[in-house]
Design a protein around this ligand. Structure first.
Ligand code: 1GP
Length: 253
Protein backbone atom coordinates (compact mmCIF):
# COMPACT_ATOMS: atom_id res chain seq x y z
CA UNK A 1 0.00 0.00 0.00
CA UNK A 2 1.70 3.26 -1.08
CA UNK A 3 2.15 5.84 1.67
CA UNK A 4 1.48 9.12 -0.11
CA UNK A 5 -2.11 8.39 -1.26
CA UNK A 6 -2.93 7.46 2.34
CA UNK A 7 -1.59 10.78 3.60
CA UNK A 8 -3.65 12.60 0.97
CA UNK A 9 -6.75 10.63 1.82
CA UNK A 10 -6.40 11.37 5.52
CA UNK A 11 -6.02 15.06 4.77
CA UNK A 12 -9.11 15.00 2.56
CA UNK A 13 -11.05 13.41 5.42
CA UNK A 14 -9.83 16.11 7.85
CA UNK A 15 -7.85 13.52 9.81
CA UNK A 16 -4.41 14.10 11.30
CA UNK A 17 -1.35 11.86 11.38
CA UNK A 18 1.41 11.30 13.91
CA UNK A 19 4.97 10.18 13.21
CA UNK A 20 7.63 9.24 15.76
CA UNK A 21 11.12 10.27 14.66
CA UNK A 22 13.86 7.80 15.52
CA UNK A 23 17.46 8.92 15.52
CA UNK A 24 19.46 5.72 14.83
CA UNK A 25 22.44 7.20 16.69
CA UNK A 26 20.55 7.54 19.91
CA UNK A 27 18.52 4.37 20.14
CA UNK A 28 19.67 0.83 20.77
CA UNK A 29 17.71 -2.39 20.23
CA UNK A 30 16.12 -2.81 23.67
CA UNK A 31 14.69 0.71 24.07
CA UNK A 32 13.71 0.68 20.40
CA UNK A 33 11.63 -2.45 20.95
CA UNK A 34 9.86 -0.74 23.84
CA UNK A 35 9.19 2.35 21.72
CA UNK A 36 7.82 0.20 18.90
CA UNK A 37 5.48 -1.57 21.31
CA UNK A 38 4.22 1.72 22.69
CA UNK A 39 3.80 3.12 19.18
CA UNK A 40 1.70 0.13 18.12
CA UNK A 41 -0.50 0.45 21.21
CA UNK A 42 -0.90 4.18 20.65
CA UNK A 43 -1.85 3.85 16.97
CA UNK A 44 1.15 5.82 15.67
CA UNK A 45 0.86 6.25 11.91
CA UNK A 46 4.52 6.35 10.84
CA UNK A 47 8.08 6.07 11.97
CA UNK A 48 10.51 8.57 10.50
CA UNK A 49 14.13 7.40 10.58
CA UNK A 50 17.16 9.58 10.01
CA UNK A 51 18.60 12.91 11.03
CA UNK A 52 20.72 15.85 9.89
CA UNK A 53 23.87 14.14 11.10
CA UNK A 54 24.17 10.42 11.74
CA UNK A 55 27.49 9.13 12.96
CA UNK A 56 26.70 5.44 13.47
CA UNK A 57 25.77 2.75 10.97
CA UNK A 58 22.62 1.73 12.86
CA UNK A 59 20.06 3.01 10.37
CA UNK A 60 19.44 -0.22 8.49
CA UNK A 61 19.37 -2.34 11.68
CA UNK A 62 16.94 0.11 13.22
CA UNK A 63 14.64 -0.04 10.18
CA UNK A 64 14.83 -3.83 10.06
CA UNK A 65 13.93 -4.15 13.72
CA UNK A 66 10.87 -1.96 13.21
CA UNK A 67 9.81 -4.01 10.19
CA UNK A 68 10.18 -7.26 12.12
CA UNK A 69 8.15 -6.03 15.05
CA UNK A 70 5.25 -4.14 13.52
CA UNK A 71 3.40 -2.95 10.46
CA UNK A 72 3.90 0.76 11.03
CA UNK A 73 5.45 2.12 7.82
CA UNK A 74 8.97 3.54 8.01
CA UNK A 75 9.73 6.73 6.11
CA UNK A 76 13.35 7.73 5.69
CA UNK A 77 14.09 11.31 6.67
CA UNK A 78 17.66 11.58 5.46
CA UNK A 79 20.21 14.29 6.13
CA UNK A 80 22.33 12.94 3.30
CA UNK A 81 22.17 10.31 0.53
CA UNK A 82 24.14 7.90 2.72
CA UNK A 83 21.05 7.53 4.92
CA UNK A 84 19.13 5.31 2.55
CA UNK A 85 18.11 1.72 2.99
CA UNK A 86 15.79 -0.24 0.69
CA UNK A 87 14.28 -1.90 3.76
CA UNK A 88 12.20 1.18 4.57
CA UNK A 89 8.83 1.86 2.95
CA UNK A 90 9.34 5.34 1.57
CA UNK A 91 11.83 8.14 1.26
CA UNK A 92 11.09 11.76 2.03
CA UNK A 93 13.00 13.18 -0.92
CA UNK A 94 13.90 16.46 0.72
CA UNK A 95 14.83 19.65 -1.06
CA UNK A 96 15.77 22.46 1.33
CA UNK A 97 13.58 25.14 -0.22
CA UNK A 98 13.99 27.60 2.67
CA UNK A 99 17.75 27.83 2.04
CA UNK A 100 19.88 28.95 -0.86
CA UNK A 101 22.35 26.13 -0.67
CA UNK A 102 22.27 24.62 -4.17
CA UNK A 103 23.73 21.39 -2.89
CA UNK A 104 20.70 20.68 -0.68
CA UNK A 105 18.23 22.01 -3.23
CA UNK A 106 19.41 19.74 -6.07
CA UNK A 107 23.15 18.87 -5.90
CA UNK A 108 22.96 15.87 -3.55
CA UNK A 109 19.94 14.61 -5.48
CA UNK A 110 21.87 14.55 -8.76
CA UNK A 111 24.75 12.63 -7.22
CA UNK A 112 22.51 10.00 -5.65
CA UNK A 113 19.73 9.75 -8.26
CA UNK A 114 20.60 6.32 -9.78
CA UNK A 115 21.06 4.79 -6.33
CA UNK A 116 17.81 6.29 -5.02
CA UNK A 117 15.87 5.07 -8.04
CA UNK A 118 17.35 1.57 -7.75
CA UNK A 119 16.32 1.38 -4.08
CA UNK A 120 12.73 0.73 -5.11
CA UNK A 121 11.54 2.98 -2.29
CA UNK A 122 8.40 5.03 -2.71
CA UNK A 123 9.75 8.53 -3.31
CA UNK A 124 7.82 11.40 -1.77
CA UNK A 125 9.06 14.74 -3.03
CA UNK A 126 9.19 17.05 -0.03
CA UNK A 127 9.74 20.81 0.11
CA UNK A 128 11.70 21.10 3.35
CA UNK A 129 11.59 24.40 5.23
CA UNK A 130 13.75 25.09 8.26
CA UNK A 131 12.26 27.67 10.59
CA UNK A 132 14.30 29.45 13.26
CA UNK A 133 13.71 27.61 16.54
CA UNK A 134 15.34 30.13 18.86
CA UNK A 135 18.85 28.66 18.82
CA UNK A 136 21.07 26.95 16.23
CA UNK A 137 20.06 23.32 15.69
CA UNK A 138 22.00 20.57 13.95
CA UNK A 139 19.96 21.08 10.79
CA UNK A 140 20.58 24.83 10.69
CA UNK A 141 24.33 24.33 11.17
CA UNK A 142 24.79 21.35 8.83
CA UNK A 143 22.65 22.82 6.06
CA UNK A 144 24.72 26.03 6.03
CA UNK A 145 21.51 27.85 5.20
CA UNK A 146 19.69 30.60 7.04
CA UNK A 147 16.43 29.40 8.59
CA UNK A 148 13.25 31.39 7.98
CA UNK A 149 12.81 33.85 10.89
CA UNK A 150 10.16 32.58 13.32
CA UNK A 151 8.03 35.72 13.00
CA UNK A 152 8.06 35.93 9.19
CA UNK A 153 4.95 33.94 8.36
CA UNK A 154 4.73 35.61 4.97
CA UNK A 155 8.15 34.27 3.94
CA UNK A 156 7.13 30.77 5.09
CA UNK A 157 3.84 31.06 3.21
CA UNK A 158 5.48 32.19 -0.06
CA UNK A 159 8.19 29.53 0.23
CA UNK A 160 5.59 26.80 0.75
CA UNK A 161 3.48 28.05 -2.15
CA UNK A 162 6.53 28.05 -4.43
CA UNK A 163 7.44 24.56 -3.22
CA UNK A 164 3.97 23.29 -4.03
CA UNK A 165 3.99 24.87 -7.48
CA UNK A 166 7.40 23.33 -8.14
CA UNK A 167 5.71 19.98 -7.65
CA UNK A 168 6.59 18.96 -4.10
CA UNK A 169 4.07 16.48 -2.74
CA UNK A 170 4.56 17.49 0.89
CA UNK A 171 5.69 20.63 2.65
CA UNK A 172 7.67 19.96 5.84
CA UNK A 173 8.14 22.85 8.28
CA UNK A 174 10.84 22.00 10.80
CA UNK A 175 12.20 24.06 13.68
CA UNK A 176 14.97 21.43 13.96
CA UNK A 177 15.33 18.59 16.36
CA UNK A 178 15.30 19.77 19.96
CA UNK A 179 14.40 23.33 18.94
CA UNK A 180 13.99 25.68 21.89
CA UNK A 181 10.87 27.14 20.36
CA UNK A 182 8.55 25.10 18.16
CA UNK A 183 6.91 26.71 15.13
CA UNK A 184 4.09 29.11 16.03
CA UNK A 185 0.51 28.26 15.21
CA UNK A 186 0.23 31.57 13.37
CA UNK A 187 2.95 30.54 10.93
CA UNK A 188 1.50 27.04 10.53
CA UNK A 189 -1.92 28.54 9.77
CA UNK A 190 -0.50 31.03 7.27
CA UNK A 191 1.17 28.21 5.37
CA UNK A 192 -1.72 25.73 5.66
CA UNK A 193 -4.20 28.24 4.26
CA UNK A 194 -2.15 28.71 1.09
CA UNK A 195 -1.25 25.18 0.07
CA UNK A 196 -3.25 22.09 -0.84
CA UNK A 197 -0.57 19.46 -0.33
CA UNK A 198 -0.27 17.89 3.14
CA UNK A 199 1.72 19.89 5.70
CA UNK A 200 4.21 18.17 8.00
CA UNK A 201 5.28 20.04 11.16
CA UNK A 202 8.05 19.13 13.61
CA UNK A 203 10.84 20.41 15.79
CA UNK A 204 10.66 21.15 19.50
CA UNK A 205 7.17 19.76 20.12
CA UNK A 206 7.26 18.60 23.73
CA UNK A 207 3.68 17.91 24.73
CA UNK A 208 0.29 16.78 23.50
CA UNK A 209 -1.18 20.25 23.87
CA UNK A 210 1.22 21.81 21.34
CA UNK A 211 0.72 18.90 18.92
CA UNK A 212 -3.05 19.42 19.21
CA UNK A 213 -2.80 23.18 18.61
CA UNK A 214 -0.57 22.64 15.58
CA UNK A 215 -3.16 20.30 14.09
CA UNK A 216 -5.95 22.78 14.78
CA UNK A 217 -3.87 25.43 13.00
CA UNK A 218 -3.61 23.24 9.88
CA UNK A 219 -0.73 20.80 10.31
CA UNK A 220 -1.61 17.41 8.77
CA UNK A 221 1.23 15.32 10.13
CA UNK A 222 3.05 15.95 13.42
CA UNK A 223 6.59 14.67 13.97
CA UNK A 224 8.10 14.25 17.43
CA UNK A 225 11.53 12.85 18.26
CA UNK A 226 13.45 14.35 21.17
CA UNK A 227 10.62 14.59 23.67
CA UNK A 228 9.76 10.92 23.13
CA UNK A 229 13.38 9.88 23.60
CA UNK A 230 13.13 11.47 27.03
CA UNK A 231 9.67 10.19 27.94
CA UNK A 232 8.16 7.35 25.91
CA UNK A 233 4.82 7.79 27.71
CA UNK A 234 4.29 10.85 25.54
CA UNK A 235 3.73 8.60 22.52
CA UNK A 236 0.21 7.73 23.64
CA UNK A 237 -0.66 11.25 24.85
CA UNK A 238 0.47 12.91 21.63
CA UNK A 239 -1.05 10.24 19.41
CA UNK A 240 -4.42 10.61 21.15
CA UNK A 241 -4.25 14.40 20.88
CA UNK A 242 -3.36 14.37 17.18
CA UNK A 243 -6.01 11.80 16.32
CA UNK A 244 -8.68 13.68 18.25
CA UNK A 245 -8.54 16.55 15.76
CA UNK A 246 -10.78 16.42 12.74
CA UNK A 247 -12.30 18.79 10.27
CA UNK A 248 -11.19 22.13 8.92
CA UNK A 249 -8.46 24.11 10.70
CA UNK A 250 -9.33 26.80 13.22
CA UNK A 251 -8.21 30.18 11.93
CA UNK A 252 -5.28 31.43 14.02
CA UNK A 253 -3.91 34.96 13.68
C1 1GP B 1 13.22 17.18 13.63
O1 1GP B 1 10.96 17.54 13.18
C2 1GP B 1 11.84 16.71 13.81
O2 1GP B 1 13.63 17.16 12.33
C3 1GP B 1 11.53 16.41 15.24
O3 1GP B 1 12.06 17.35 16.14
O4 1GP B 1 13.26 15.95 17.82
O5 1GP B 1 12.54 18.28 18.39
O6 1GP B 1 10.86 16.46 18.15
P1 1GP B 1 12.17 16.98 17.71
Amino acid sequence: MPIYPTIQERKKGGKKLFAVLLDPDKITAAPLSAVIEKAVDAGVDYFFAGGSLIVSSNLDACVQLIKQQCNIPVLLFPGSPSQITPNADALLYLSLISGRNADLLIGQHVISAPFVKASGLEIISTGYMVIDGGAPTTVSYISNATPIPADKADIAMCTAMAGEMLGHQLIYMDAGSGAKKPISEAMIAAVAQHIDVPLVVGGGIRDAEKAYRNCKAGADLIVVGNAIEKDAALIKEISDAVHSVSGAPTVVN
